[in-house]
Write a protein that binds this ligand. Structure first.
Ligand code: SAM
Length: 388
């Protein structure tokens, strides 16, 4: 078979695929990589993978993404890019070397030996949100990741279950938990939420979960409590996504007081409450208590406590929506297992299989009513949970 025509067909299929089709294709490409590069190919890639985050950060510091986004669709040379850098000493030779590498990563597009333009990823990287997100990655991931082998050698290769003893504490030489660390540093919490806003795959959850149907005929005031909802993006999106449902005034955002204060989103029509996850839930009888990327931050025993505080506030129609990964028992993607490693190293937490989730819900007096996968690669899903 002619390779070029297969590639051409794949381009067409990829550009027309829906979310599930894209997930299948990405999985197939990941599986094909070792076949194509051979068993030692990984070692050819590892050195440059190691530099990924700092090089993208350098690209931002040099204004490469912002300059290309502004001049789009016109290309810029390394000399023009250097002239637009925030400092006048930036060398065009350095800028060429960095931009050429950024093009190899498809974060910008190379249109000639010394000509570059913006692509959709460039436009995302040019935003202030992406600046904050990269600051977060720079402030945290590298040091903690480097500590992983030493941490496990010291702990005798045990699983991590105590959020006060993780590679994060070892790397940062601190006794604080990860969330204490970021909430004590307003700049970092801002960057954290900017990163959270960029972590997106698939459709919005409420396009897959039948939100409108589920709240049909529901009268009590509070439709949804976004429990530890960070900057409140989900409430804002629900109001905008369902204008005919008059959700203004019927959604409540809760989070730690210091987090609520560092908000980067406006909460028009959203009531905001400071609340610790382990304290009594003051909003009784809401239709949904929504937990987005919360339980995967905590070990099992803490998850049970968090859920019990919500069950105590239930009335007959109340349910919990857990928005987290449901790991497949076999063949999980690197996105999903990567999250698991991330949760383990920073918070002694984890991603969970359906069996893991069942155990936790059961202990909290709950049962699964349905599972709605909305991100088919990472397997983020809404698990709808009600009283047993
Ligand atoms: C991974 S973020 C998820 C935020 C939000 N749900 C989202 O998806 O963007 C975890 C959130 O848990 C909050 N959090 C951490 N510890 C908490 C606690 N003890 N009580 C209440 N919220 C807490 C953090 O402030 C943070 O906003």
């Amino acid at each position: 078979m002619d390779v070029d025509s297969v590639i051409e067909q794949l381009r067409t299929v990829a550009s027309q695929a829906n979310n599930e089709g894209r997930a299948k294709l990405l999985k197939a490409f990941a599986e094909l990589q070792p076949t194509l590069e051979g068993p030692k190919g990984l070692f050819m890639r590892l050195p440059s993978i190691r530099f990924l985050v700092p090089i993208i950060k350098l690209g931002q510091d040099l204004n490469i993404f912002a300059s290309l986004a502004q001049s789009s669709p016109n290309p810029l040379s390394s000399r023009q890019l250097a002239a637009k850098a925030p400092v006048s000493t930036a060398s065009p030779v350095l800028v060429l070397r960095i931009t050429r590498h950024l093009a190899s990563l498809f974060t910008v597009t190379q249109t000639g030996p010394d000509a570059f333009t913006a692509n959709p990823t460039t436009h995302v990287l040019a935003t202030t949100g992406a600046d904050g997100a990269m600051d977060m990655l720079m402030a945290a991931r590298g040091e903690v990741a480097d500590t992983i082998p030493a941490f496990f050698k010291k702990n005798g290769y045990q699983d991590v279950t105590d959020e006060a003893h993780t590679p994060f504490q070892m790397a940062f030489k601190t006794e604080k938990t990860w969330f204490q660390h970021i909430s004590d540093s307003p700049g970092l919490s801002q960057s954290f939420y900017q990163l959270m806003l960029l972590l997106k795959e698939g459709d919005p959850w409420y396009k897959v979960f039948p939100f409108e149907k589920e709240i049909e005929g529901f009268r009590p005031a509070t439709v949804l409590v976004d429990v530890s909802g960070g900057v409140g993006q989900q409430c804002v999106d629900l109001i905008a996504g369902f204008p005919h449902l008059n959700l203004k005034g019927r959604l409540i955002l809760q989070d730690l007081p210091e987090m609520i204060g560092s908000s980067v989103v406006r909460y028009e029509g959203v009531e905001v409450q400071a609340r610790d996850l382990f304290t009594e839930q003051p909003v009784k009888g809401a239709r949904f208590y929504y937990l987005r990327q919360i339980l995967h931050n905590w070990p099992d025993d803490k998850c049970v406590e968090i859920l019990k505080r919500l069950v105590e506030a239930f009335d007959d129609e109340s349910q919990i929506l857990v928005d987290d990964i449901v790991l497949p028992d076999q063949g999980a993607s690197a996105l999903a297992t990567g999250y698991d490693i991330l949760m383990m190293t920073f918070m002694a937490a984890r991603e969970r299989t359906a069996l893991d989730w069942n155990r936790i819900f059961d202990e909290a007096g709950l049962k699964i009513l349905g599972t709605h996968v909305y991100a088919p690669i990472s397997m983020f899903a809404i698990t709808q949970v009600g009283r047993k």
